[in-house]
Design a protein around this ligand. Structure first.
Ligand SMILES: *[C@@H]1O[C@H](CO)[C@@H](O)[C@H](O)[C@H]1NC(C)=O
Ligand SMILES: *[C@@H]1O[C@H](CO)[C@@H](O)[C@H](O)[C@H]1NC(C)=O
Ligand SMILES: *[C@@H]1O[C@H](CO)[C@@H](O)[C@H](O)[C@H]1NC(C)=O
Ligand SMILES: *[C@@H]1O[C@H](CO)[C@@H](O)[C@H](O)[C@H]1NC(C)=O
Ligand SMILES: *[C@@H]1O[C@H](CO)[C@@H](O)[C@H](O)[C@H]1NC(C)=O
Ligand SMILES: *[C@@H]1O[C@H](CO)[C@@H](O)[C@H](O)[C@H]1NC(C)=O
Ligand SMILES: *[C@@H]1O[C@H](CO)[C@@H](O)[C@H](O)[C@H]1NC(C)=O
Ligand SMILES: *[C@@H]1O[C@H](CO)[C@@H](O)[C@H](O)[C@H]1NC(C)=O
Length: 407
């Protein structure tokens, strides 16, 4: 029985390996104990110049045979560096806090001088791109598991990660048996998640058919791959759209979303693309202030017809250029009669981002509504304290007076 399962497993694995090669690596620490483990597949698409105004695109996969030289395991930071081919490398940076760890960045370095890959390249430079995949909140002593594709597009490089098993900060020198499954796998209907996942995921959600709050995504655009972000946005997004008379809702899944766009002087664009949602945000800079000027949304539901909605005359998310706009509360934006956007935990800065950080935020009315209650609460508490102090002072005085009188 066990053997049978084993054989089937290996046949299936072998079959898969023929189609595309999984890369499996283990890295040991200075005490020669396992500290990093990876089994994953990565496809690269690189566009490079082959002449004046002429470029070519090449697709290649992370090979089975890689080196792990340059990988480092520390207490709270680790690097998995995979070297391959003629001077190419793929390095994953991890950081850890008390309970979780995450991938901070993936640095892909490619050598345009390698003519076996980059035929006729006019450049012989070695270039690097830094991707920020959303691999976060992985429980310490669990491995990250994601069968779904995670597409990272930075400049002229697209990396597709899939069938990923990844563990950093391995404890006791052996890979964990427990996994942290990515959201894309949990929400995907095509990939059957493990039974434990389906049973825990379904009944815990509310009995009403409402969707869970969408996952907050972090999106940023950089002018080129050496620079820090020029546009930053973070929010959870839900879209309500009409199918006939019925209103349906759908959440944007950040881990399955590609980010694109551009920063300009007078206008900046953020484009998010997923299997089910394409959305373009156009922000305008009117010298002192910015606002969301246009939205173009396409929803492609699994069943039913696609819904396209555009509004090029919006004037929301207003804040001074050089600051950011924030709205933690759920916000409703009516794009057209057939399509409505709901944003959660929103923060955007489409212009003048410095050092890859949000500038001070202008908060939406709904947020400030609550925040004006905070000083009142503090004031009430302070008054209460003062009254308490006064009372105890008076009591103290009376006591000491009676004390004097008794003498
Ligand atoms: C990755 O590339 C291989 C080889 O070209 C291809 O067979 C496979 O379908 C690609 N996978 C993805 C997820 O793009
Ligand atoms: C290259 O493209 C630019 C912009 O599209 C154009 O102005 C220029 O003439 C092109 N050069 C050649 C050699 O085609
Ligand atoms: C790279 O190309 C430049 C000119 O394009 C050339 O001068 C240089 O020798 C080349 N370097 C290498 C290592 O091939
Ligand atoms: C990127 O930055 C490195 C180091 O700061 C520098 O050597 C390189 O020239 C830069 N590349 C581009 C394309 O700006
Ligand atoms: C916004 O526009 C003004 C002029 O319209 C320009 O001076 C300023 O640099 C722009 N801000 C950014 C961040 O591009
Ligand atoms: C931005 O807008 C200002 C004022 O409308 C205009 O003078 C300037 O040329 C614009 N800049 C760009 C890059 O479009
Ligand atoms: C919205 O996007 C669709 C598809 O990309 C395009 O056909 C349409 O022209 C756009 N509408 C506006 C108003 O930009
Ligand atoms: C755009 O909105 C403004 C104010 O909301 C309105 O006055 C104007 O007519 C609208 N323009 C178009 C083309 O809808």
């Amino acid at each position: 029985m066990f053997w049978c399962a084993f054989v089937v497993f290996f046949l299936a694995l072998g079959n898969e390996l023929h189609l595309s090669h999984a890369t499996e690596v283990s890295v040991n620490n200075t005490e020669n104990k396992l500290c990093l483990y990876a089994n994953l597949m990565v496809n690269f698409t690189v566009t490079y110049e082959v002449g004046v105004n002429k470029s070519e695109t090449v697709l290649f996969v992370l090979p089975e045979n890689v080196t792990t030289e340059g990988s480092i395991c520390n207490n709270t930071t680790s690097t998995l560096k995979l070297g391959f081919g003629d001077g190419h490398s793929w390095a994953v940076e991890f950081t850890k806090d008390n309970k979780t760890y995450q991938v901070d960045s993936i640095v892909f370095t490619y050598n345009l001088n390698d003519s076996s890959v980059f035929t006729n390249s006019t450049s012989n430079e070695t270039k690097s791109v830094t991707a920020k995949p959303r691999i976060t909140n992985v429980g310490v002593d669990t491995y990250y598991s994601c069968k779904s594709e995670n597409v990272q597009r930075v400049e002229s490089v697209t990396q597709t990660l899939y069938d990923v098993t990844l563990q950093a900060f391995v404890t006791n020198g052996s890979k964990s048996d427990t996994d942290t499954v990515c959201t894309a796998d949990l929400t995907s209907t095509t990939v059957a998640p493990t039974t434990t996942v389906t049973t825990t995921a379904a009944p815990t959600s509310t009995p009403t058919p409402t969707l869970p709050t969408p996952t907050t995504g972090n999106y940023s655009i950089a002018p080129d791959f050496n620079s820090t972000a020029c546009l930053m946005a973070t929010f959870g997004l839900r879209i309500g759209f009409k199918q006939g008379d019925k209103v349906e809702t759908i959440n944007l899944v950040p881990s399955a979303t590609e980010v694109g766009g551009a920063c300009g002087v007078n206008s900046s664009i953020l484009i998010l693309t997923s299997d089910t949602i394409d959305i373009m945000f156009t922000f305008s800079n009117d010298s002192k202030k910015f606002h969301l000027h246009a939205l173009n949304v396409t929803v492609k539901p699994a069943t039913g017809v696609a819904v396209v909605a555009a509004n090029t005359n919006m004037s929301i998310w207003v804040a001074a250029v050089g600051s950011s706009y924030m709205c933690n509360k759920e916000q409703t934006l009516t794009v057209t009669e057939t399509l409505t956007l709901y944003t959660f935990k929103l923060r955007v800065q489409p212009f003048g981002v410095e050092k890859g950080e949000f500038a001070t935020a202008v908060e939406c009315f709904m947020d400030s509504d609550l925040s004006f209650l905070v000083p009142i609460a503090v004031g009430v508490a302070l008054c209460f304290l003062i009254v308490l102090v006064l009372i105890s002072y008076l009591i103290g005085r009376r006591k000491s007076r009676t004390g004097y009188q008794s003498v």
